[in-house]
Ligand binder design. Structure first.
Ligand code: FES
Ligand SMILES: [Fe+2]
Length: 413
């Protein structure tokens, strides 16, 4: 690991991958669900923190709980379903049953256990820390460490800008997400989400089609002279900032005009203009990404050193006209669904990277672009031109810190 490059082992070494799950996904804040996926008590979904399965559910007290998905009898997964609704979780193996707060509610034939049997001590184990920011639920398996606000840091400024686009103050997620996977390391995806260098080449055909059909294109935005920027926000978070360069919310038709008025009433003219003009691609380390112009977020899930799954969740802005929400959902489908014009080309690039990285004669992957023209920005940001690899260097600074590897060290990693 050096300031301007990472070793190929970072993408190919199975032992490093296990260490990443332990030190990044099991020892820090990780996004697990949005509250609107669980509107009623008893609603649940399952996911993983690193290698460890968890249930995210809403209890009857209205609180969202994150529970380790592991039966306290003999260790079976208590809940296999991806999502659903129920008053309790019953283990398939011997029928121990748990409440949505994790408490052990019943054990079949309890007389078989002696005096010392204590159901109160045998509830599902809660994740040590759970915190919610504007409906986004994060969990950490580490009992200690920085709180969520500290972890989000400067990213919060941009997350607020994205979420303030909902005049009624919140977003509602569509739980039927788009889902894709690729034969490559998870970091190929997170690097790419903040990569303003590749679109003119990888997405050349998509831009040609967009120009033919609509006269619109992202091509111009991904040039050095466009004024768009690539930013490292600290803690591994990063941003591509196209505000004022790309279209933002295109508040130019009748539906959008009504929407603009609603935002002005809520936030005042200046903030409403900033919100409507925002065109942001925001990555929150290690697994959450927003693209507000295509109104969705994505969750990156490492499955193996060379296998990754990504889920894309369209969301609706509470209080925005239906036509505005529908337009953004269409844009997402056009770009990032399984048969779309944009995203599938990225997946081909990831697969090719993973295959090419098998070559041992060239051990280094270069992230030196724009190193000499980085400039400081507000709130500790590091800013570069949109094609620069500033956010990727930010990702690997955090990666190194979390993995206990000195950035700038000349060793293999
Ligand atoms: S392992 Fe769950 S009840 Fe036995
Ligand atoms: Fe791309």
């Amino acid at each position: 690991m050096r300031a301007d490059r990472v070793h190929r082992a970072v993408y190919t070494d199975g032992e490093l991958f296990s260490l990443e799950l332990e030190r990044i996904f099991e020892d820090g804040w990780v996004f697990v669900a949005h509250e609107s996926e669980l509107p009623r008590p008893g609603d649940f979904r399952t996911t993983q923190l690193g290698r460890q399965p968890v249930i995210v559910c809403r209890h009857t007290d209205g609180q969202v709980r994150v529970l380790m998905n592991r039966c306290m009898h003999r260790g079976a997964l208590v809940c296999r379903e991806e999502r659903g609704h129920g008053a309790s979780f019953r283990c398939l193996y011997h029928g121990w049953t748990y409440g949505t707060d994790g408490s052990l509610r019943s054990v079949p034939f309890p007389g078989g256990y002696g005096e010392g049997f204590d159901p109160a001590a045998l509830g599902l184990i809660p994740a040590p820390r759970v915190a919610v920011y504007r409906g986004f639920v994060f969990a950490s398996l580490a009992a200690d460490g920085p709180d969520l606000a500290t972890h989000l840091g400067r990213a919060r400024h941009y997350l607020d800008l994205i979420l303030d686009a909902a005049p009624d103050g919140g977003v509602t997620v569509h739980p039927d997400c788009e889902r894709y996977s690729y034969p490559g390391n998870w970091k190929l995806q997170i690097e790419n989400l903040l990569d303003g260098y590749h679109p003119n080449f990888t997405h050349q055909i998509a831009f040609d089609i967009a120009e033919d059909r609509r006269g619109a294109s992202g091509r111009r935005a991904n040039r050095e002279e466009s004024g768009a920027t690539a930013r490292a926000l600290g803690n591994g978070h990063g941003l591509l900032e196209y505000s004022g360069v790309n279209r933002g919310y295109r508040a130019d038709d009748a539906d959008s005009a009504a929407y603009r008025v609603r935002l002005q009433e809520r936030f005042g003219a200046e903030r409403a203009a900033a919100v409507l003009g925002a065109d942001l691609q925001l990555f929150i380390f290690p697994n959450l990404f927003f693209q507000n112009a295509r109104q969705h977020y994505r969750v990156v899930r490492p499955l193996a050193v060379d296998q990754t799954e990504v889920r894309a969740y369209p969301y609706a802005l509470a209080g925005a006209p239906d036509a505005v929400n529908a337009r953004h959902a269409r844009d997402l489908g056009w770009w990032a669904s399984a048969a779309a014009f944009g995203q599938p080309d990225d997946l081909e690039a990831f697969a090719r990277c993973q295959e090419g990285l098998a070559v041992t004669a060239a051990p280094w992957v270069l992230f030196s672009r724009g190193l000499d023209r980085e400039r400081p920005g507000p709130g500790g940001e590091v800013i570069g031109d949109v094609t620069d690899e500033v956010p990727q260097r930010g990702i690997y600074r955090e990666w190194s810190r979390r993995m206990g590897v000195a950035a700038g060290a000349g060793g293999r990693t």
